[in-house]
Design a protein around this ligand. Structure first.
Ligand SMILES: *Cc1c(COP(=O)(O)O)cnc(C)c1O
Length: 440
C-alpha cells in the first residue's frame, strides 16, 4: 500500500490542535477595553480612535495617523490625500486585492496594471517604467502576502518621474524592508486591520503619513466630525463641515479599543508567527518542487505577520505534476491548502467592459481618456501565477512538534510524487479567487 494518505496511507498530520491557527488572539484585556467603550456608550465617538491613531503612527515613527472604518476607506482617503483626480493614472500590480485599485474609479481616476515579480509576488519595478505616461500620478505598492516590495527601485523610479508612492500594507503589518518598517517609505500608507489580517482588530483601517496636507485632505474627504479640530489649511477650511467625498469613514470605537491592546501585543505575537513560519520553511529547505516565499535571511527584510502565507511551486521539478493534484494530496494528509492566490485584476470585466457610471464607455477607459485596457497576454507573470503558488499553513504559535507534522506531509507528498502523476487530471482553466479568505 502507498504511504500517501490520498491512496489510503496514514495521514501525516495527526494533531487535532486548532489553536495553532486561531486568530486573532482575544485576551481578557481586549474584552475589558471593548466592554468599557460599550458601557460608556462611546461606540461612535473619536477619543479612543484618536488614541489608537497616535499609537499606531508613533510605532511607525510617522507624524499622522487617520483611522477609517475599513482598509478600503483608508486607501480611498489616501488617494484623495495625494490629489489623485480626474484623468489621473495610478500604476498598481495586477495581483492584489481589488481595494488597491478600485477606489480610483470614484475619484475620476484610472488604473494601469504592472506585472509582478515571480519570486517576490510584488510589483516588478522593471515593468513600472514601461507603464508610465504623462497621465501617471502615483505608484501603488502592495507588500504581497507579507513580502516587502523592492522599495529602493520603486522609490528611484518615482523620484525620476516625479510620481507619488502609496503603500498598501494590508498584508505586511510590522514587516521590515532592509531593516525599516514597511509603511514608512511612501508619501502615504494604508493598512486594512480587519479580522483576517495579521494585525486584526475587527473591521477597520488606518493611513499614516508625514505630510500635513495629505492628512488634512484625507480628513476633509470622509471625516466631517473632525474638521473643526483638525483642518488648518486655507483652501480646505473654506469647505469644512461637510465631507468632500460624500463619504463617512469613521472607525467604530469597539475596533479602536481592540486596536489599542493589539498594538501592545502585536510585536510579540508577530515574532512568534515569524519564528514558527521560518521553522516550517527551514524544515523543507532543499526539497524539490517547492520554495519558500520569504526574503533571504540576511537581507534585513522580514515577512511581518505572514498574512495568508504562500509557497512557490516548481512543477518542472516534479515531472510536471499539477499543483491541483499536489494540493489534493496535501489535503488528504491533513494540510489546509489550495492552489492560487488573488486573480489577475486586469482580466476582470470591471477593468475592461463595465460602464459603472453610465458614461457610455467602460469606466476605466472613460476616466483615463485613453484606451488603456490590458488584454490577455499583456501581463504574463500575473496571468500564470495561479499555477505557481499555494497556501501553506499559517501558524500563529511556535509549536515545533505540530509544525513538524505539517512539514512531514510536504516531504511525503514530494517524495512520492511519481504515484500522483498517474491520476493527474491537470489544473482547471481558472482558479484563484478575488479575495484571499479561505477556511478549511
Ligand atoms: C484586505 C485588503 C484591503 C482592504 O481592506 P478592508 O479592510 O477589507 O477594506 C486592501 N488591500 C489589500 C491588499 C487587502 O488585502
Amino acid at each position: 500500500m502507498s504511504e500517501l494518505a490520498i491512496f489510503g496511507g496514514e495521514k501525516a498530520v495527526k494533531t487535532e490542535d486548532e489553536e495553532i491557527f486561531k486568530w486573532p488572539i482575544v485576551t481578557r484585556e481586549i474584552e475589558e477595553k471593548v466592554l468599557k467603550v460599550l458601557r460608556e456608550g462611546k461606540m461612535s465617538g473619536t477619543d479612543v480612535t484618536e488614541e489608537f491613531e497616535k499609537e499606531f503612527a508613533n510605532r511607525h515613527g510617522m507624524k499622522y495617523g487617520l483611522a477609517c472604518n475599513n482598509g478600503t476607506a483608508a486607501i480611498h482617503c489616501a488617494l484623495f490625500g495625494l490629489k489623485i483626480g480626474k484623468g489621473d493614472e495610478v500604476i498598481c500590480p495586477s495581483i492584489t486585492y481589488w481595494a488597491s485599485a478600485l477606489p480610483l474609479y470614484s475619484l475620476g481616476a484610472s488604473v494601469v496594471f504592472a506585472d509582478i515579480d515571480p519570486q517576490t509576488l510584488c510589483i516588478d519595478p522593471k515593468d513600472i517604467e514601461r507603464r508610465i505616461t504623462d497621465r501617471t500620478k502615483a505608484i501603488m505598492v502592495v507588500h504581497y502576502c507579507g513580502y516587502p516590495a523592492d522599495m529602493d527601485s520603486i522609490l528611484r523610479i518615482a523620484s525620476k518621474h516625479n510620481l507619488k508612492v502609496i503603500e498598501d500594507c494590508s498584508h505586511a503589518h510590522g514587516g521590515l524592508y532592509k531593516g525599516r518598517l514597511v509603511g514608512t517609505f511612501g508619501d502615504v500608507s494604508a493598512f486594512s486591520l480587519m479580522s483576517g489580517k495579521s494585525f486584526a482588530i475587527g473591521e477597520g483601517g488606518i493611513l499614516i503619513t508625514n505630510d500635513r496636507e495629505i492628512y488634512e485632505r484625507a480628513i476633509i474627504f470622509g471625516h466631517y466630525e473632525r474638521h473643526s479640530k483638525e483642518i488648518t489649511i486655507d483652501y480646505l477650511k473654506r469647505g469644512a463641515g461637510l465631507p468632500w467625498g460624500g463619504y463617512k469613514y469613521r472607525m467604530h470605537q469597539l475596533s479602536s479599543a481592540v486596536g489599542l491592546v493589539q498594538i501592545k501585543k502585536y510585536k510579540k505575537e508577530m515574532e512568534e508567527i515569524d519564528r514558527a513560519m521560518n521553522y516550517f520553511w527551514d524544515l523543507l529547505e532543499g526539497l524539490p518542487g517547492i520554495r519558500a516565499h520569504r526574503p533571504a535571511k540576511n537581507s534585513g527584510c522580514t515577512m511581518g505577520g505572514w498574512y495568508s502565507a504562500l509557497g512557490l511551486y516548481v512543477s518542472e521539478e516534479l515531472e510536471g505534476l499539477s499543483i491541483t493534484r499536489f494540493c489534493e494530496a496535501l489535503r488528504a494528509e491533513g494540510v489546509p491548502t489550495i492552489p492560487g492566490c488573488n486573480r489577475a485584476l486586469h482580466l476582470h470585466p470591471l477593468f475592461n467592459e463595465i460602464d459603472v457610471y453610465n458614461d457610455g464607455k467602460p469606466t476605466r477607459i472613460r476616466n483615463a481618456k485613453a484606451d488603456i485596457r490590458q488584454p490577455k497576454g499583456s501581463l504574463p507573470v500575473s496571468e500564470g501565477i495561479q499555477e505557481k503558488v499555494f497556501r501553506i499553513p499559517w501558524f500563529k504559535r511556535f509549536k515545533p512538534e505540530i509544525i513538524k507534522q505539517y512539514a512531514f506531509a510536504f516531504e511525503k507528498v514530494v517524495k512520492n510524487y511519481k504515484e500522483l502523476l498517474k491520476e493527474d487530471k491537470g489544473n482547471p482553466e481558472d482558479f484563484g479567487s478575488w479575495g484571499l479568505s479561505f477556511r478549511t
